[in-house]
Design a protein around this ligand. Structure first.
Ligand code: AMP
Length: 216
């Protein structure tokens, strides 16, 4: 099974992705996580990506396509995988189709997380994240039990650089300008599955499972 999670920043993709990989037993390919790891390791990719990320802009397609292309060839992707945060431009979507086709594979479904803009701003401006395991929290609605410490792994809970208010606004604009057209690309091909992403984690999870039912 190969499918992608698609949605604006703050739509809850990361939270659902964690539950999905556990239940489905396939790897999560989060380009945001891969880039943050590259920055942590100080690799050349990390150095290039950091400038764009800290401004809330997209990292150039050529870098992203290369990153995903080598990742999907890894043995753990043989039984399928879940893309999270990729593709984010129509050029990336076209490159993905091409690289899968070469391997005799195809993308089964694109699950689009639907959340309105006001809700997104509220979620992003209070969002906190464990820098070790990636678990998401929220300053008001879901704080960690002990301030600054992850309930799951005990790692440090921080505010992402790109969740600061000015950057949040740019990320949402970037989504509308560059990423939203990806939705139309998949809708036109009948591969887009829209899911209402407001509700409890369990409710949203059930909606996703129903949506990808046809992707197996
Ligand atoms: P995310 O964790 O998915 O919100 O990604 C954080 C940041 O990483 C984005 O705001 C972009 O700067 C960069 N990024 C992640 N995935 C992509 C992608 N597919 N194309 C371009 N930039 C990306």
């Amino acid at each position: 099974m190969i499918f992608a999670l698609f949605g604006p920043p703050g739509s809850g993709k990361g939270t659902q992705a964690k539950v999905l990989v556990e239940k489905l037993g396939i790897p999560q390919l989060s380009t945001g996580d891969m880039l943050r790891e590259a920055i942590k390791q100080g690799t050349p990719l990390g150095t290039q990506a950091k400038e764009f990320m800290n401004k809330g802009q997209l990292v150039p397609d050529s870098l992203m396509v290369g990153l995903i292309e080598s990742r999907i060839k890894a043995p753990d992707c043989a039984k399928g995988f879940m893309l999270d945060g990729f593709p984010r431009t129509v050029a990336q979507a076209e490159a993905l189709d091409q690289m899968l086709k070469v391997q005799g594979l195809s993308l089964g479904a694109v699950v689009s997380f639907v959340v309105d803009r006001q809700e997104l701003i509220g979620r992003l401006s209070g969002r906190l994240v464990c820098s070790q395991c990636g678990t998401s929290y929220h300053e008001q609605t879901k704080p960690p039990h002990k301030a600054g410490i992850c309930d799951v792994c005990g790692g440090p809970v921080i505010k992402r650089e790109d969740d600061k208010p000015a950057v949040v606004a740019t990320r949402l604009e970037t989504f509308l300008a560059s990423t939203k057209p990806v939705e139309d690309f998949y809708r036109a091909q009948g591969r887009l599955k829209e899911v209402n992403a407001v509700g409890s984690e369990k409710e949203i999870f059930q909606r996703i499972v129903t949506a990808i039912g046809g992707a197996r």
